[in-house]
Design a protein around this ligand. Structure first.
Ligand code: TPP
Length: 351
């Protein structure tokens, strides 16, 4: 953007933040691949600290471990609850294409001012002021300073709610250790920190954001499959980095939609670990529709597929043969515990 434009924009943000006190800052997915993006990654946590507002951060933002007490660890449900109760005067979003469904929840609050700052031209939001910042350039935030004196009472209310949601989650994870959320928590503990973790599509993203250890640092790729759940394994192979530490965490239908993809592995020189969370269908639809037909329920396993492509298949991360270039890890969460987890989570949130 030109200098005049950027000054005008800064002024607009400064006015905005000075007027609006209850700002919730939300860091959406940022893919931090180049010089400019590294600059953002270093700068944003400092800026958010100065702002003092609670922050909802997606795993793909890569700044969760840097946010300390600012981070709403209970995640989207805490921010969504704040939205419902009209706690915020404004929402300030920084980042690339968002993966949280909270952005759709904003449709319910059309009058809420939303400020969005991104390297991308696409807002991915239903409303608000969207500003694009060229990749590699500084975020024009430095003049703002500690603009929002976030009201202590609202912060305390959110913080209290956040602590209660985190306690609820931890209790449920302990009581349902074989549930899907607990399986995802376990994955985030078992995968080496620093690894590239590709999440596809909606439910694994949602579960990773909700239940993975927020303090462990990974390079996250999120693909919600909005344009299709097919081709996700191929996308992962293409995105994998040289050297070890490439993990895909995908649903079983997502894997089934891309069965020929391991063909590409013989042309690639990157070791990969493909974790399939096999819950016997597209369970995301269990939440949306009463009719189970939408879930495409099945009783298939992935051993035949793995054999076809000469890939070892193991049933826990610890069992991965270290020297194998590609491994399938098939995890089967306990359906009863998963149902109980989500049922009790809903009940606990309503209390
Ligand atoms: C090509 C294509 N077909 C269908 C869909 C609709 N769709 C979205 S999510 C989903 C199910 C995903 O199931 P799975 O990978 O098993 O994940 P789970 O929901 O069980 O975690 C489907 C079929 C889509 N997005 N793209």
């Amino acid at each position: 953007m030109s200098r005049a434009e950027s000054t005008g924009q800064r002024g607009r943000w400064a006015d905005y933040l000075a007027l609006e006190r209850n700002v919730v800052a939300v860091a959406g997915a940022m893919f931090l691949l180049g010089l400019g993006e590294e600059l953002w990654k270093r700068f944003i946590p400092k800026y958010l600290e100065a702002l003092g507002a609670p922050v909802l951060a997606e795993a793909g933002s890569h700044i969760k471990p840097d946010l300390g007490r600012l981070l709403l660890r209970g995640g989207e449900v805490v921010a969504a609850g704040g939205l419902e109760r009209g706690l915020f005067d404004a929402v300030f979003r920084i980042g690339d294409i968002p993966s949280f469904r909270l952005w759709r929840d904003l449709e319910q609050a059309p009058d809420l001012p939303v400020l969005s700052l991104s390297r991308q031209p696409w807002r991915g939001l239903t409303h608000g002021v969207h500003s694009q910042v060229a990749p590699g350039s500084r975020l024009p935030l430095d003049d703002l300073g500690p603009a929002a004196d976030f009201p202590a009472a609202v912060a305390a209310e959110l913080r209290g709610r956040d602590d209660r949601v985190v306690a609820l989650i931890e209790d449920l994870l302990l009581r349902h250790p074989l549930s899907e959320p607990a399986v995802v928590r376990g994955l985030s503990q078992a995968i080496d920190a620093g690894s590239f973790v590709y999440l596809g599509n909606s439910l694994p993203i949602r579960e990773w954001n909700g239940f993975a250890c927020p303090e462990r640092r990974f390079e996250i790729g999120e693909n919600r499959g909005a344009n299709g759940i097919d081709g996700q394994l191929s996308t992962f192979f293409g995105a994998a980095r040289p050297g070890p530490g490439n993990w895909a965490v995908v649903g079983d239908l997502t894997a089934l939609y891309d069965l020929p993809s391991p063909w590409a592995l013989r042309h690639l020189d990157v070791p990969v670990r493909i974790v399939v969370i096999n819950n016997g269908g597209g369970r995301i639809f269990g939440r949306l529709f009463a009719n189970p037909r939408f879930q495409n329920l099945h009783g298939l396993g992935f051993d035949g597929w793995a054999r076809m492509w000469d890939l070892p298949l193991v049933t826990d991360v610890a069992g991965c043969p270290a020297d194998a270039p590609a491994v399938v890890v098939e995890l089967r969460p306990d359906a009863g515990q998963t149902d109980a987890f989500w049922r009790e989570f809903r009940v606990g949130l309503a209390l």
